[in-house]
Design a protein around this ligand. Structure first.
Ligand code: SIN
Ligand code: NI
Length: 266
């Protein structure tokens, strides 16, 4: 592995690309040392049973074939917290959105397991999140080199301008061609994003994305963190993270589960 240094900031060119296309790739988000450390922490948290994070499906389950997913790993492992709350990543997210402040919504370890893997179907994320406003986004950090053989992501450029469409069933998805027929999304060519481990993409919560099935022998590991502009309000839509928190509808999502990670310096 080469001894790469981490990128500290994102260029204006990449910010412009993100705003126009709804996603952007950033190489060398992590240094070699950070990558090794995060891989180790992720292995520890994926092995741990119980705790306060949530494993969304068990081995053998239908969704597990799409993703072996653990949500809010920071609650069980301080090392994951170091990365999930990393101010450098949050500041990049803030610059991309142009928001004055960025809050954490949740993290998730996303592993595509070898063997019986299914693709992550085309979908928009924001339609599942309990937020009234748009602007929330994800960082997706590759912990392995990714390409179309082990589950690299694909994005539909400019699809974030389409607004919120009907949520897609992630286990039994609608045919995407039928789904977007007649919309501007149907005109766009999807873009495949192979990357080196330690690199990342950011995507807007409205951008259509997909990940290939993993046909290799090893798990494909990624850490995704969801950020929202400070002031984003709670819609009341049922969601694993917010269901038991007593949040007030149409009030800003804030509090100990949703720390403010980056603010604009005047
Ligand atoms: C994946 O990691 O396969 C999908 C990630 C996402 O839907 O954001
Ligand atoms: Ni998604």
């Amino acid at each position: 592995m080469s001894n790469v240094a981490a990128e500290q900031t994102i260029s204006q060119e990449k910010i412009n690309f993100y705003r126009e296309n709804g996603f952007v790739q950033m190489d060398n988000l992590l240094s070699t040392q950070e990558l090794e450390e995060l891989r180790e922490y992720m292995a520890e948290v994926m092995e741990a049973e119980g705790g306060h994070s949530t494993q969304t499906d068990k081995k053998g389950g239908t969704y597990y074939r799409v993703l072996n997913q653990k949500v809010n790993t920071w609650r069980d492992h301080g090392g994951m917290g170091k990365y999930s709350f990393h101010p450098r990543f949050a500041e990049i997210a803030r610059c991309l959105t142009g928001a004055k402040g960025i809050r954490f919504f949740h993290d998730h370890a996303l592993l595509k397991m070898p063997g019986d893997s299914k693709p992550t179907p085309w979908h928009q994320d924001l339609v599942f999140w309990p937020m009234n406003e748009t602007g929330a986004l994800s960082i997706w950090i590759a912990l392995d080199d990714v390409d179309e053989n082990n589950g690299c992501m694909m994005f539909v450029p400019k699809s974030h301008t389409a607004g919120k469409l009907t949520p897609i069933n992630l286990v039994d998805p609608t045919d995407i061609n039928e789904y977007v027929k007649g919309t501007e999304i149907a005109q766009q060519q999807p873009v495949k994003v192979p990357m080196k481990a330690g690199s990342c993409t950011f995507h807007d919560g409205l951008t259509f994305h997909y990940a290939h099935a993993n046909v290799t022998e090893k798990p494909r590991r990624a850490l995704a963190i969801i950020y929202m502009p400070d002031g984003t309000t709670y819609s009341g839509v049922s969601h694993l993270i917010t269901d038991n928190l007593d949040l007030k509808e149409n009030e800003p999502i804030r509090g100990r589960m949703f720390p403010l990670l980056a603010v604009e310096v005047e």
